[in-house]
Design a protein around this ligand. Structure first.
Ligand code: HEC
Length: 89
């Protein structure tokens, strides 16, 4: 019975950890990036107004980087995935 009780505690912990990890590479991280990095010079309406493909977004992101936006490789991927996903809605 000792193991049964340990499992009862471990399962919710594992589920919570899993949920936190899932959130990491999906929407919320990208939303945070948008809020923190992309609202310094213009509103997100500017971002929402653009409909383009991966190439188009890369061109725009390159331009934003020349304006001073900091984006490392992983952040760029996250953001790009999110921007392309939003196009399909
Ligand atoms: C340092 C200031 C600055 C930051 C930070 C910034 N932008 Fe911009 N952004 C601009 C300026 C200036 C323009 C208008 C000139 C232009 O389109 O190049 C613009 C225009 C845009 C446009 C419209 C482009 C078009 O072709 O219509 C989009 C989309 C955009 N930004 C996305 C972003 C995203 C996504 C981020 C965050 C990664 C971001 N911006 C962060 C300065 C910034």
């Amino acid at each position: 019975m000792r193991y049964g009780r340990a499992l009862l505690i471990l399962i919710p912990v594992a589920l919570l950890a899993g949920a936190a990890l899932a959130e990491e590479d999906a929407g919320p991280a990208a939303e945070t990036l948008l809020d923190e990095r992309c609202t310094l010079c213009h509103g997100l309406d500017r971002v929402d107004a653009v409909q383009t493909d991966a190439e188009g977004w890369n061109t725009i992101l390159d331009r934003m980087v020349t304006y001073g936006v900091r984006l490392d490789e992983a952040e760029r991927e996250t953001l790009l995935g999110h921007l392309l996903e939003s196009e399909e809605e």
